[in-house]
Ligand binder design. Structure first.
Ligand SMILES: Cc1cc2nc3c(=O)[nH]c(=O)nc-3n(C[C@H](O)[C@H](O)[C@H](O)COP(=O)(O)OP(=O)(O)OC[C@H]3O[C@@H](n4cnc5c(N)ncnc54)[C@H](O)[C@@H]3O)c2cc1C
Length: 496
């Protein structure tokens, strides 16, 4: 392994991944590094990726980002979860919220108490015990001094890249506009030595971050790292994106509406809606998908719909030699649970934690790859869960999803939940017990038993316990203004 000190960092690509990497490295390690980002205006960015998850707040805290300024600059709204419509069966509707549902005890999650209550007929919906979920349903939001809500953002991806770009510049990062024509390797080590641009200029570096999106110019084009194709588990391979006017007040959650061969997203910003359809082109043509999307838009189109093709899967190594793939160059699971920006953030933070200032050590590379793989595999299982648990048999696509063979790790989780009601969060896994429980029950997987500790409570005690939680949730949500009212006071977008 090459032991040259790392001083010059070259970031190839200026989408969300490139600018998140540039802003974070420049702000947090910039004084010791020389950071250059190269991007091509001619190629542009993928132009989607507008729903996030709560972990983004952690990165923003690390970067000292002022929330009001950030939200105003990126047309952002609050997101309390994702509403899934028509996923279990047509007509079904549930929300995977970012909050906690009810109260767990040391031995058993809240679902065990709820299951007994359900059997006794003394409960309301599982989601009624979660403040974020009820606030989402009622389109309410505010920052509370007590019982704060867990939330994330919907944002305009191109405005977010600009926001991060300004931050990167403030901390000394440089931008070069130009198209990368070739990636030059050292003869002896096979490490990347430099990038040659079409105009003949050459950018040398010690460490290269590949943020070139699906093109993966460095990690795959030059280093031939290899790709694990997951389309046998996650068959969607196409999307069509279009922005529309906002006809109603923005809801504080993303909508995911299942159609015959995929699903449609609606991501409300302050002044427009992001929309798209994700599908598998083996089951429906691009033209049919476009018709479905256009027939189900919530507003008037503002741009021409764009088709995006992808293959679900992951690069075999996210860090190979002196190149780290961040963003779509490292792979793509599915936009269903908005995990891509989270994974960008995780790779950047992990890189900073293992930053090879004194030279690249293979042990760091191996650790980085093994941590990343574990994290990504768990997310993959969670996404497959949504498709596989469908009870829809009304179209070839859903029959295919229902019957496909799933990873053994996921089969185990499903069996465990069905037989015992138990869910365990694995290691540093992103999605916790409450996420798994909400999605499994939301898609009609009901456990056949509950933990015996619940029987320690009499029916009256259980009733009181459940009722108190519900009243607390109702009291919390009752204090909240509408999401729109709060946005207008707190972070009205610039130019609206
Ligand atoms: C349909 C769809 C929906 C999605 N929805 C979500 C979501 O809701 N939430 C979420 O977290 N994620 C989502 N994602 C993922 C998200 O869009 C990406 O993770 C995010 O935009 C980062 O993309 P990127 O920066 O890796 O690539 P890109 O945005 O494609 O940027 C690539 C950059 O590389 C540059 N480049 C490429 N080739 C060259 C070259 N030869 N020379 C110079 N520069 C070059 C381009 O100019 C560009 O600047 C979605 C993805 C898809 C496909």
């Amino acid at each position: 392994m090459k032991k040259n000190a790392v001083k010059r960092v070259v970031i190839a690509g200026g989408g969300t991944a490139g600018w998140m990497a540039a802003a974070s490295l420049a702000k947090l390690l910039g004084k010791t590094l020389d950071i250059t980002l190269v991007e091509s205006d001619q190629i542009g960015t993928v132009g989607v990726g507008e729903a996030t998850i709560p972990t983004l707040l952690t990165l923003h805290r690390l970067l000292h980002i002022n929330e009001q300024e950030f939200m105003a600059a990126t047309n952002a709204t609050f997101k309390l979860g994702i509403g899934f419509e028509n996923w279990g069966l047509k007509g079904d509707n549930y929300i995977h919220s970012f909050g906690y549902t009810g109260k767990d005890c040391w031995a058993a999650g809240f679902q065990h108490f709820w299951l007994k209550g359900k059997a006794r007929g003394i409960v309301s919906e599982f989601g009624d015990y979660c403040p974020e979920l009820i606030a989402a349903k009622q389109s309410k939001f505010a920052h509370l001094s007590k019982n704060t809500l867990n939330y994330a953002y919907h944002l305009d991806a191109s405005l977010y890249a600009k926001f991060l770009q300004n931050m990167a510049f403030e901390h000394g990062a440089k931008r070069i506009e130009g198209k990368i024509a070739s990636v030059n390797l050292c003869d002896d080590s096979g490490f990347i030595h430099s990038l040659s641009l079409e105009d003949g200029s050459v950018i040398e570096g010690d460490l290269f971050i590949d943020c070139t999106g699906f093109r993966a110019l460095l990690i795959e084009g030059a280093l031939h790292t290899g790709f694990d194709d997951w389309s046998h588990w996650l068959p969607a391979n196409s999307a069509i994106a279009v922005q529309t006017t906002l006809e109603n007040e923005p809801r504080p959650y993303t909508r995911s509406i299942a159609h015959d061969a995929g699903w449609q997203w609606q991501i409300p910003l302050q002044t427009r809606m992001g929309n798209g359809i994700v599908y598998c082109d083996k089951f429906i043509s691009d033209e049919q998908a476009k018709e479905t999307l256009m027939a189900n838009l919530p507003g008037k189109p503002l741009i021409e719909p764009r088709v995006i093709k992808f293959t679900t899967g992951q690069r075999r190594k996210h860090w190979n030699k002196n190149c780290i793939a961040v963003g779509l160059s490292s792979g793509f699971i599915e936009p269903l649970e908005s995990t891509s920006i989270h994974l960008i953030q995780r790779s950047i933070v992990r890189l900073m934690q293992m930053f090879p200032q004194q030279g690249i050590e293979q042990s760091d590379v191996d650790e980085f790859n093994s941590q990343t793989q574990e994290e990504v595999d768990n997310i993959r299982d969670f996404i497959i869960l949504h498709y596989h648990l469908t009870e829809r048999t009304d179209s070839a696509f859903w029959r295919h999803c229902k019957n496909l063979e799933i990873p053994a790790s996921l089969q185990h989780r499903i069996d465990l939940f069905r037989e015992t009601g138990r869910v365990f969060k694995a290691g540093n896994e992103l999605f916790g017990e409450n996420s798994w429980t909400q999605v499994m029950m939301g898609q009609r997987l009901m456990p056949t038993s509950y933990h015996p500790i619940v029987d320690v409570m009499s029916d009256e005690e259980l009733d009181t316990f459940l009722t108190q939680i519900k009243h607390q949730v109702d009291r919390t949500v009752a204090q909240l203004p509408s999401h729109k009212t709060f946005l207008d006071h707190y972070c009205k977008t610039i130019g609206s």
